[in-house]
Design a protein around this ligand. Sequence first.
Ligand code: F3S
Length: 279
Amino acid sequence: MKIILAGSAGFCFGVKRAAKLALDSSEKFHQICSLGPLIHSPQLVKKLEEKGVKVVERVEDLPEGAVIVRSHGLTAEEFARLSERDLTIVDATCPFVKKAQDYASQLSSQGYAVILVGEAEHPEVQGIVSYVAGSEVYVVADHEQAEKLPSRSKLGVIAQTTQSFKNLEQIVAVCLRKGKEVRVFNTICDATTVRQTEARDIARKVDLMLIIGGFNSANTSRLAKICQDIQPHSFHIETADQIHPEWFADVDSVGITAGASTPRWIIDQVLDRVQEMTK
Ligand code: F3S
């Protein structure tokens, strides 16, 4: 039985950094909370809870002590409210997300109407939008929505870090017709693209594909969808005990990948289980 594990499987840079900051902080502070679940991995959130990191949803409900800000950041207002409280802030906002927030603020202070390529409901997008002060801001999901944008003399384009380059390119093409001056910052982080490209390559070569990650993780669900479109025998699982032995009938090769919020120990457990089952 051939097993191919994607080299990119698991934590991206920002999630790895956030998880480490949370684990280190759990040893340092007597009382510590994360504002919302730290990452979309119920298993890691549980592990952190066992180490004393409590999940609290609203700034008002935070007890005294320390608070961890998640990798996709907060809105400027939430940050201001946090700063008013007597709390130690452990900021695990991914530096790539911070960069997009900084560009949003820079573009708006220079008088550009800001076009943010992304999903309006996503907390990262809401965070970036909140850094636009004093100019217009439009969140645009695709080039069809971009067609409805008003014409402006100065347009500044940035993107949610997990967007595809193709989508950004198509929206920029529309913006070039809408604005006299168009400034673009490519704020896409390549972690998503790298995982998707590798998953596609592996799914084409194997008889069975396993995609590991939280069922609530958008990036893992997208990976699973990509694999299922290529190899219908693809399964999205959260943990090793969700693997069914009957999946392996008539299977000579297995591909494994994992979303950017999947901890390494879960990937290893899946690997071990697959090896056991295919002995
Ligand atoms: Fe950061 Fe990219 Fe991960 S923006 S949180 S490294 S997906």
